[in-house]
Design a binder for this molecule. Sequence first.
Ligand code: MD3
Ligand code: FE
Length: 205
Amino acid sequence: MIETPDGFALHTGWFDRAAQHALALEILNRIARSPLYQPSMPRTGKPLSVTMTNLGPLGWMTDKQGGYRYQSRHPVTDEPWPDIPEILLALWEAVSGWPEPPQACLVNWYGPDARMGLHVDADEDAKTAPVVSVSLGNSARFRLGGPTRKGSTRSLRLNSGDVVVLGGESRRFHHGVDRIYAGSSTLLPPDWRPGRLNLTLRRVN
Ligand code: MD3
Ligand code: FE
């Protein structure tokens, strides 16, 4: 485990292989009902390379018209988001230090060439609650900066089963995903596409 004074913690191998497998099945079952869709940047409409869906009462989304926001329904099916699996609620209780349960679980799917540029998560009114992240499937090169856009960054490899907690000041740090390491995990079933799943648990309000 790596912990820094700014509230960042990386729990490497939090979930063992069996737990990763059970969690992946729970997520893939929910994706079957609440499919991954391709979000677009506000104003420009440029599609993100990451596809997304959500679990829980609220879900984060973005499109050309409405911009970044939380809403209670899937933008394509118009159905409420599926529930957050119990294993993730238990994880939140164990590592977040926050008294209330998460309101949103953003599910990010990275195919082999997907990236996420450096950004800050600032669409939540709950400004002091931590974010908890789980990585499943192929490994990623994750980049963590600081409170300003310029300034030094460090890069970390996130592997399947790793859990990251962004509390304190680190909650407002810039971060992104530089690349996905093809073939680095055999977790996801062979009839599923190759890539990486990232789950982020959040308080919204
Ligand atoms: C650091 N996801 O969904 S998870 C995102 O791997 C996002 O899919 C990345 O950035 C991914 O917004 C990174 C780890 C993470 C999540 C939230 C953070 C790191 C963070 C918020 C502040 C600082
Ligand atoms: Fe983020």
